[in-house]
Design a protein around this ligand. Structure first.
Ligand code: HDE
Length: 728
């Protein structure tokens, strides 16, 4: 580890964690190249040889060191969540949460707590696409003054399984199949659905995973959830149950599935790049921390079990209180040192936060340290700069691979007299972590609580809370995923599960698969299949249930008040109308959107009055799927060129297909007339038409900009899909 740069200008000393990292930052500007022993190197181009055509000498310690280090550069990737991107930031609470918790970082609205947040997909390898249909990890490390707190969550509030015992099975099923390692970063294959079709408890999570939540537009536009019920404990040692939420200030938005598959080819780093670019350009992503707090006395008040991780607490039953803000404001300096080596652990809690007996949570408490031991090679991973606490650290743990700390003194045991009894234990009042003294009086059993048996009510609640387009997307996703499954009995078993959720859903999926819903569970004659796998044997508390819909579950109800950081493609060629480009561009940029010029070739294009405009992408390197909206300015020659340019027409067709806002000057109508959707162009650009159709064609550029912005705030016009009038 290099400690040679204490005042690195690249790292603003804006908070305690940044200061803590500063001594470890290496900058080679203006420095000589050295070996790892600090010896200056005078030739890094040639190995040491016996004559210029002779064999390389074993003596060449410089080459040996360089190649040895290179040979050992890789560490095992995470078994799940291997593909990720991260950023530094800060968290601040809005007001003291002292009535609920004694956690120091949740007391004082003036205290800024440094954080490091890693987003990830679950199933794919490190090099897989960002746009896989998958759950997203949302892991936050709070470097609090009382130690590290890791909130290791996902972008979906429930999980596939109820007991940690099933996790290796779930992951083996979803990962590429073991004989041929196909498919990469995809759940659309036999082993995954084989497992799921035998696991009715996954029904609720499957609804989320088949919804558009699994293909976010951006990490910056997804919610985060702690999933399990945790505890908050205050300084009177009183406990409340809590569910953690992250609410993105930009709203919750997704892309279309066809678009996701295209992005995977055009830019597999789409989410990684989006996060990096947003932070680099000062558009710091923000989320509010939300809490659902349940008094201990209400533990059994719900028709589901708070300890069951396949259940949400509907926001209608317990509102989410927004208690603080997370802002990501700095990109990592080094991907490996920070994003790859960061080690999250659900068991990293601080006084004031505690666990419940959720059996999934309990299993995770074991797994996360264990996994770091193999991944990071030993018990000292907490000393890696990105993992180390900014709180004072003293204990009697010693030695091990890669030990950094130089512990002074003779005693490394407690109790001791030789070290003056140090380090001391801390009482509760001195900030010592004291586990909540929950009373437990039970038999030791391998069993699932009967209160965990209803697997379908909340799956149904989720499905019925979706808008029509969202429901159609779930149906399409299931047709796609099950359509890739080769074993017909697996598809049929899934239809039985779906029928338990919603008959209409099951029928639609069955139709797409060319199957009918079987009366009996097919293909489960094998003795090794648990009787529990029969969904008919489960209770479903809620067909006539109390809560039929929850608004919070539909992305259609998300905030739609901003176009900040939305990317807009301007399609133009030589002879474009400069006034139109400038005016619309200025209007969009004023609202925080990002405009990029796409033209037939890279370099510059010339306007009607010979003004130069820099081109960001040609049709070869830019693609409609990488933008949120598209605009075509006027200009006789530009319009004629684009109308005759198949790539420009395809760009627009695809934007239409993916339900994106489209705007064009009246003078550019010729380009739109070359598209397949021109016959469907709305007759006018009145506000209600714009909000319905998302297409603006106007002569008045001021009015065009205003309406285009209005349309962009809606994000997508899924209604376009309804008549299924969009060709492939
Ligand atoms: Fe994880 N999970 N998980 N998980 N998980 C890991 O830890 C595990 C679960 C989550 O960006 C691993 O350091 C078990 C739920 C995230 O570095 C591993 C069970 C939720 C990340 C592990 C679960 C998560 C992980 C792999 C069931 C949402 C990435 C590498 C009992 C609340 C963190 C690692 C990062 C990573 C185990 C279920 C979220 C193997 C055994 C539920 C965001 O320890």
């Amino acid at each position: 580890m290099s400690k040679n740069t204490t005042d690195n200008p690249a790292l603003p000393n804006e908070n305690d964690k940044a200061k803590d990292l500063a001594p470890d930052i290496e900058v080679s500007t203006g420095e000589f190249m050295t070996t790892n022993q600090g010896v200056r190197i005078n030739d890094d181009q040639n190995s040491l040889k016996a004559g210029d055509r002779g064999p390389t000498l074993l003596e060449d310690f410089i080459m040996r060191e360089k190649i040895t280090h290179f040979d050992h550069e890789r560490i095992p990737e995470r078994i799940v969540h291997a593909r990720g991107s991260a950023a530094h930031g800060v968290f601040k609470v809005y007001k003291s949460l002292a009535p609920y918790t004694r956690a120091g970082f949740l007391q004082d609205p003036t205290r800024e707590t440094p954080v490091f947040v890693r987003f990830s997909t679950v199933a794919g390898s490190r090099g897989s696409t960002d746009l896989a249909r998958d759950v997203r990890g949302f892991a936050v490390k709070f470097y609090t003054q009382e130690g590290n707190f890791d909130l290791v969550g996902n972008n979906m509030p429930v999980f596939f399984i109820q007991d940690a015992m099933k996790f290796p099975d779930l992951i083996h099923a979803v990962k590429p199949e073991p004989d041929n390692e196909i498919p990469q970063a995809a759940s659309a294959h036999d082993t995954f659905w084989d497992f799921i079709s035998l696991m009715p408890e996954s029904a609720h999570m499957i609804m989320w995973a088949m919804s558009d939540r699994a293909i976010p537009r951006s990490y910056r536009m997804m919610e985060g959830f702690g999933v399990h019920t945790f505890r908050l404990v205050n300084d009177k040692n009183e406990s409340h149950f809590v569910k953690f939420h992250w609410k993105p200030l930009l709203g919750v938005h997704s892309v279309a599935w066809d678009e996701a598959q295209n992005i995977s080819g055009k830019d597999p780093d789409f989410h990684r790049r989006d996060l990096w670019d947003a932070i680099a350009s000062g558009n710091f992503p923000e989320w509010e921390l939300g809490l659902q707090i349940v008094p201990e006395a209400d533990e059994h008040k719900f028709d589901f079990d708070l300890l069951d991780p396949t259940k949400i607490i509907p926001e209608e039953l317990v509102p989410v209180q927004r208690v603080g803000k997370l802002t990501l404001n700095r990109n990592p300096d080094n991907f490996f040192a920070e994003t790859e080596q960061v080690a999250f652990h659900i068991g990293h809690v601080v006084p004031g936060i505690d666990f419940t007996n959720d059996p999934l949570l309990q299993g995770r408490l074991f797994s996360y340290t264990d996994t770091q031991l193999i991944r990071l090679g030993g018990p000292n991973f907490h000393e890696l700069p990105i993992n180390r606490t900014i709180a004072p650290l003293h204990n009697n743990q010693r030695d091990g691979y890669g030990r950094q700390m130089i512990n002074r003194g003779k005693s490394s045991y407690s109790p001791n007299t030789l070290g003056g009894g140090c380090p001391f234990q801390a009482k509760f009042a001195e900030g010592g972590f004291t586990s909540h003294a929950e009373r437990i009086d039970a038999h030791k059993v391998r069993e699932r609580s009967p209160s965990f048996r209803d697997h379908f009510s909340q799956a149904r609640l989720f499905f019925s809370s979706q808008s029509e387009p969202e429901k159609n997307h779930i149906i399409d996703a299931l047709r796609f995923e099950l359509g890739k499954v080769k074993t017909v009995a697996i598809r049929e078993r899934m239809l039985v599960i779906l029928a338990n959720i919603d008959n209409g859903l099951a029928n639609e999926v069955a139709y797409g698969l060319g199957l009918s819903i079987p009366k009996e569970l097919p293909g489960t004659v094998n003795q090794s299949i648990p009787a529990d796998a029969d969904p008919q044997s489960y209770e479903s508390v809620n067909p006539e249930g109390k809560l039929a819909r929850s608004e919070a579950l539909s992305m259609a109800n998300t905030v739609k008040n901003s176009i900040r950081t939305r990317k807009v493609a301007f399609l133009a060629a030589d002879g474009f109308d400069d006034a139109a480009v400038s005016l619309v561009r200025t209007a969009l940029e004023k609202e925080g959107a990002i405009v990029e010029i796409i033209a037939p070739k890279q370099g510059f294009i010339l306007s009607e009055d010979q003004k130069q405009l820099e081109v960001h992408h040609s049709f070869l390197t830019g693609a409609s799927v990488l933008y949120d909206a598209v605009y075509v300015p006027g200009g006789v020659n530009s319009v004629a060129t684009l109308a005759a340019e198949a790539n420009a027409v395809h760009f627009l067709n695809e934007a239409f297909k993916h339900c994106k806002p489209i705007a064009a000057d009246e003078a550019a109508r010729q380009v739109l007339e070359a598209t397949y959707f021109h016959k469907k162009l709305p007759p006018d650009a009145e506000e209600d038409t714009v909000l319905r159709e998302g297409i603006v064609v106007l002569q008045d550029l001021k009015a065009l900009s205003d309406k285009f912005i209005l349309a962009m705030k809606q994000h997508r016009f899924w209604e376009r899909e309804k008549p299924r009038r969009v060709p492939a």
